[in-house]
Design a protein around this ligand. Structure first.
Ligand SMILES: C[S@@+](CC[C@H](N)C(=O)[O-])C[C@H]1O[C@@H](n2cnc3c(N)ncnc32)[C@H](O)[C@@H]1O
Length: 221
């Protein structure tokens, strides 16, 4: 008999294999197309969760789904101690070369992270590749990897206004397009406290803001 865990494992394998193969085939083009993207609003949002950060004590930040390393390099330039994580082997090599920091080659569905080892998690355009049924497990890992009081930022393409959340393969990439309420339910169930959210790009009417950015905190003990 096929159990729930078999179905979940099969979904994880399919989502990872096809999505990562897509990025692997386009790794160089992805870097050229995204290396100049300005995501400073998102980096600033994560760092704003640490108003008492002491100068000279770099924050340990996990860039979850770091891609070829643009944001790792910027976090390092800002004096922090970022660590990358990605399942696409070419991105792991590129990120190490571009940012000169530790980059873990791990699948979102087979995470091996030390508990309490990060002050912050930066998940820019990455969590939406996780099927909704598997998000509770991934969020539980990230919660455990944060120190109490640590913060998680994520930005994901969202469900259309007035439309239901949708998920499945878009071409070869698995994508979950959720709305704010669906994300809230998942993060609150994982134990996070909401800090704030906003829509991107900045300054446009909501209908032209396809990205939902959210900032969450692991409660301080
Ligand atoms: C849209 S890209 C975002 C990259 C980077 N954060 C940025 O903002 O440019 C999504 C990233 O998630 C990674 N990814 C997708 N599915 C993954 C999985 N199952 N395990 C590990 N990494 C995965 C991809 O390799 C890719 O680097």
């Amino acid at each position: 008999m096929t159990g729930v865990n078999d179905v979940k494992n099969d979904l994880a394998l399919q989502a990872s294999t096809r999505t990562l193969a897509h990025y692997e085939e386009r790794a160089a083009a992805f870097w050229e197309g995204t290396r100049d993207h300005d995501v400073s609003q998102n980096l600033d949002a994560l760092l704003s969760a640490f108003p008492d950060a002491e100068p000279g004590r770099p924050l340990r930040i996990l860039d979850f789904g770091c891609g070829p390393g643009r944001d790792l390099a910027e976090l390092r330039r800002r004096g922090h101690q970022p660590t990358g994580l990605d399942g696409c082997e070419s991105f792991v090599h590129m990120a190490r070369a571009h940012a000169g920091v530790t980059v873990l080659h791990q699948d979102f569905h087979a995470l091996d992270l030390l508990p309490g080892s990060f002050d912050g998690v930066f998940a820019n355009a990455s969590l939406f590749h996780v099927p909704t049924a598997l998000l509770p497990g991934v969020l539980a890992h990230l919660f455990a990897a944060l120190v109490p009081g640590g913060a998680l930022f994520c930005s994901n393409p969202r469900a259309r206004d007035g439309g239901a959340p949708q998920e499945g393969f878009v071409g070869e990439r698995y994508a979950s397009h959720l709305d704010l309420e669906s994300w809230r339910a998942l993060f609150l169930a994982a134990g996070f406290m909401e800090i704030r959210h906003y829509y991107r790009p900045e300054g446009l009417p909501r209908a032209e803001q396809p990205w939902l950015a959210m900032l969450w905190r692991r409660p301080p003990s």
